[in-house]
Write a protein that binds this ligand. Structure first.
Ligand SMILES: C[S@@+](CC[C@H](N)C(=O)[O-])C[C@H]1O[C@@H](n2cnc3c(N)ncnc32)[C@H](O)[C@@H]1O
Length: 443
């Protein structure tokens, strides 16, 4: 399905930052001098007391505390996206990204037989720009959607970011729910689409859902393991006895529960990272899709079970030492798509394919031409072309970022004749190709 929309661009006129200088992918290690750091003593103090009380902690526990501790966590306290923040992401670079994801959502909804209800679920929505662009496409294609009712469900751990998302989508803070409600904020868009916020994907009501996770899985905690002559050992975070107020990595002297359960038998790498929390989310998504229908699109930097040490920090658009000034910088690791595929059950996985292939297959060139034609000046046209290159150029985000899809099995399995029936009686339409994934590798 190709889309030719006539509306104006979100970033038509201004773009304060240079996208190529700001995207979040590995660069040579920054040599920040300790004097430039502004440590957050409360997070370091919290981690130090924890380690003193219970001993060295896993990298997963360290990452979880640093990023999502309800009081001092990096995501909980900050708006880190954009020129003034620590990194920039694809939906912030150009509206074309979110619009093409919107087309993907509609194409999966159509392939499922146009169910009456469509739940759009976004995991880790940042500033809300992607869902905003998706909803604009849905608004433009109202005739295609018919009487289907659309609702938006956002899974977000950060109160700061959920307030920004509410501003972007509902024009206000929305209604904030107190207490232990699974919905902690709600509102509706100018077009009357209901929007609800949850802390966990498990809290989103069941029903036909298309789930999008753009740079979400890379923010989930990873365990790190090292192969040693005595077997696999987990890497832990400890207090550095030689440098006051500093942390260091140590190797667990014995096997841990994680090292015995999470490292695959026959693993050939010397060092592996496993995101068990991502596996749990993936299992939930698979179950939801196989029981209620729908699809999921995961877009992130990652690999297919080949890379080793990818844990890194980002601060002010530079690489940052992961153990220095915890809570002041983003922590992230490449997504292992082979692990996600192993966690999926009762569904079909497609990809990963590169961001460049996905966006081209979804028609980014045609969309670019429409936007160029509707641009009023040279500066806007130059900006559009720059954003297009940043998203698709293999040297920029085009190859490093990958798209991975999860679909119901019925979406990819050829119907087989039932025994005792002739082939003609069983003739049903063959499964439709999956938009965006040109090389369809069903595994
Ligand atoms: C790297 S940002 C990506 C934001 C956005 N998707 C984008 O591409 O611009 C990660 C997002 O996931 C959210 N997040 C991180 N860990 C989370 C968790 N455990 N549960 C829910 N949201 C989480 C963050 O608050 C943030 O919105």
């Amino acid at each position: 399905m190709r889309l030719f929309l006539g509306f104006k661009t979100r970033y038509l006129v201004t773009k304060a930052f240079s996208p190529s200088a700001a995207v979040r992918w590995p660069r040579p290690l920054c040599t920040c001098s300790p004097a430039e750091e502004k440590p957050r003593p409360s997070m370091l103090k919290h981690l130090t007391s924890k380690i003193k009380a219970t001993g060295p902690i896993s990298v997963a526990e360290y990452m979880r505390e640093v990023l999502t501790n309800p009081v001092t966590g990096y995501y909980v306290r900050n708006n880190m996206l954009g020129a003034e923040g620590d990194f920039i992401t694809s939906p912030e670079i150009s509206q074309m990204f979110g619009e093409l994801v919107g087309v993907w959502i509609i194409s999966e909804w159509m392939a499922a037989g146009r169910p009456q209800q469509l739940q759009i679920v976004e995991l880790g929505p940042g500033k809300g720009s992607l869902t905003q662009d998706v909803l604009r496409v849905i608004g433009q294609l109202r005739q295609v959607m018919g009487a289907a009712s659309v609702s938006v469900h956002l899974v977000e751990v950060s109160p700061v970011l959920s307030a920004l998302q509410a501003q972007a989508l509902t024009g206000g803070e929305g209604q904030v729910m107190e207490g232990e409600e699974s919905v902690y904020r709600c509102g509706s868009t100018a077009d009357g689409v209901p929007v609800r916020w949850y802390r966990r994907v498990q809290d989103v009501p069941s029903g036909f859902s298309v789930i999008v996770a753009q740079e979400f899985f890379d923010a989930l905690p990873i365990h790190k393991f090292q192969k040693t002559p005595r077997g696999w050992r987990e890497i832990l975070v400890d207090i550095d006895p030689e440098r006051d107020g500093r942390l260091r990595f140590v190797l667990s002297p014995n096997a841990t529960l994680a090292s015995t359960t999470l490292v695959q038998r026959g693993e050939r790498r010397e060092h592996v990272e496993v995101c068990a929390e991502g596996g749990v989310v993936l299992q939930h998504i698979s179950r939801r899709i196989s029981e209620s229908g729908g699809a999921a699109l995961i877009a992130d930097y990652g690999h297919d079970g080949t890379r080793t040490d990818t844990f890194r920090g980002f601060k002010g658009h530079q690489l940052h030492d992961v153990l220095t000034a915890p809570g002041s910088a983003d922590l992230t690791a490449d997504v292992d798509f082979s692990y996600l595929r192993r966690c999926a059950g009762g569904v079909a996985c497609v990809g990963p394919v590169s961001q460049s292939s996905f966006l081209r297959n979804m028609g980014i060139e045609a969309r670019l031409q429409v936007l160029l034609r509707s641009s009023s000046d040279d500066a806007s046209r130059a900006q559009l072309l720059r954003s297009y290159h940043t998203l698709t150029d293999p040297q920029q985000m085009g190859e490093r970022f990958q798209f991975f899809g999860i679909l119901p099995l019925s979406r990819v399995q050829e119907p087989r004749p039932q025994s005792g029936m002739t082939l003609e009686k069983n003739l049903r339409p063959a499964p439709l190709p999956v938009a965006g994934f040109s090389e369809l590798t069903y595994k």
